[in-house]
Write a protein that binds this ligand. Sequence first.
Ligand code: SAH
Length: 349
Amino acid sequence: MTDNKRDIRGLSQEALIQFFEENGEKAFRAKQVYQWLWQKSAQSFDEMTNLSKSTRALLDDHFVFNLLQVDLMQRSVDGTIKNAVKLHDGALVESVLIPTEKRITACVSSQVGCSLDCTFCATAALKRMRNLSPDEIYDQVVVIDKQGKEYFGRPLTNIVFMGMGEPLLNYQNVLSAIDKITDPKGLGLSPRRITLSTIGVPKLIKKMADDEVRFNLAISLHSAIEEKRAKLMPLAHKTTTLADLRESLQYWYAKTGKNVTFEYVIWKGINDQESDAKALAKFCGAIPTKVNIIQYNPIDNGPYTQAPQEAVDMYKRILENKGIITTIRHSRGQDIDAACGQLANKGEE
Ligand code: SAH
């Protein structure tokens, strides 16, 4: 067998057991291999030292590792690290390590490019090429965990799906990667430390609730007024109305008991009026929510500018008056185009 060998990490534990049994090996070997793959993040069969040479050769005959490579690593003055990651087929995605006093956060990509067309986001200018596989998502996390230890002396603590792509449009693979990351037989990270950020696809939000996921949900809202959101996020508007989004979030809350975070940028002349803030406060009334006001990160040829501080203060006042927790997220890694909405493979030009 040569060229068309499968990545071994595409196999479930059950499929591995079957493979071993078909090849006259004991089933418990499959468990050992599974541990090597997902708990110890092995990247070759040679590392699997509790397997005999012949078992390793059997695996090598049938499977490969489609490893990713960090093609370019850039460091921001604030410590943020951006990785341009080359996948086995040459496609590029970016992932970011964001260090704070207490955390090492990995911001990972879920697709090569993005099929959305949010008018304020640099990734939107890239076409969606393909979905990432579970191991390609997992490997970004492993790279950042290693970089955390190497450059900051600390392991990874949190993961946000806020890199390139729309995670809900790659539902199965994203959930399967999160499984490997959270499973005690995998990396064992608590799902409470993982946040999936999405434009909000109602039927998939309901599916996540039905699937009883335990990670956090963040919705990129940016306006609670239909016509305004339609201009900012045309495809999101084609996908859903705010009323349907609201209803799906109520379903989510009823099933999971977990609140939701709204991500929100305030732009000058776009959504910086009291009426905008009041519409948001009203929308938040649907279920317990937090609002995360994100600083706008300018993109090339973008028509937008960040609203002045007074507008941010006004939002905070109106939201907090209604008892809604409101945080302000300052940008990290702007100087290397590593901040939200700036991931567009620019370092690779
Ligand atoms: N597709 C997903 C995840 C990727 S974007 C989503 O839309 O949620 C991660 C966050 O960055 C989203 O909230 C997005 O709206 C925001 N964002 C995009 N471009 C931005 C920019 N130029 N400045 C600040 N935030 C931006």
